[in-house]
Design a protein around this ligand. Structure first.
Ligand SMILES: O=C(O)c1ccccc1N[C@@H]1O[C@H](COP(=O)(O)O)[C@@H](O)[C@H]1O
Length: 203
């Protein structure tokens, strides 16, 4: 089970996520209460050991801004979390150095979108409002199968991630609000509890 923790803003957040065994850490470079600037993202990314993926999160931003942020921060993955179309994805792929990961985040309303439509490496299925801690109803949704690298997100917490994994059988999970003491402020204890719950369910 791949576990990404998102919206980290401080050294303490990053160190707690890495120590708890996160597979990826998300640095929000989009408009958000969790937004950090590129210099901060660079500093935080530099603390993260190689096997842990550093993910820059973007949302409907000018391509040039994404390119500049990727260059400045050195993030090893880009998560596009808005309404970016195929041409936009192709442009990002074009300037991403080889080996970097492209994550497509999509809101699930009626149905989940299919994997690979934008040439993404990983599909992330989220609630309609990203980063709001809202859950979404999995019932009746055609979710990707076990051979697909997809992340479940949206209102996950240490208390509900086990049941969500049992129901949806995702390749991985992604969390932001559910590991916060208050909006935008991470809680290292909740980060540890989330990793523990996800790992135990997946074991
Ligand atoms: O976390 C944010 O502030 C954010 C801002 C803009 C785009 C994406 C954002 N976060 C992503 O939202 C989902 C779910 O978050 P939550 O657990 O429901 O709060 C997750 O994929 C984050 O990467």
């Amino acid at each position: 089970m791949f576990v990404k923790v998102c919206g980290l803003r401080t050294e303490r957040d990053v160190d707690a996520a890495v120590a708890a065994g996160a597979d990826a850490v998300g640095l929000v470079l989009a408009e958000s209460v969790r937004r950090i600037d590129a210099a901060t993202a660079r500093r935080l990314a530099a603390r993260v050991p190689e096997p842990v993926l550093t993910v820059g999160v973007f949302r409907d931003q000018p391509l040039e801004d994404v390119r500049a942020a990727v260059e400045e921060t050195g993030v090893r993955a880009v998560q596009l979390h808005g309404h970016e179309d195929l041409a936009y994805f192709e442009a990002v792929r074009g300037f991403l150095p080889p080996g970097r990961t492209l994550i497509r985040a999509a809101s699930v309303r009626e149905q989940a979108p299919a994997y690979g439509e934008r040439g993404e490496d990983v599909l992330l299925l989220d609630a309609p409002v990203p980063g709001a801690g809202e859950t979404w109803d999995l019932t009746g949704k055609r979710l990707p199968g076990p051979d697909v690298r997809w992340l479940l997100a949206g209102g996950l917490t240490p208390a509900n991630v086990g049941a969500a994994i049992r129901t949806a059988r995702p390749w991985g999970v992604d969390v932001s609000s559910g590991i916060e003491a208050s909006r935008g402020v991470k809680d290292p204890e909740l980060i540890r509890a989330f990793l523990k719950a996800a790992r135990e369910e997946a074991a």
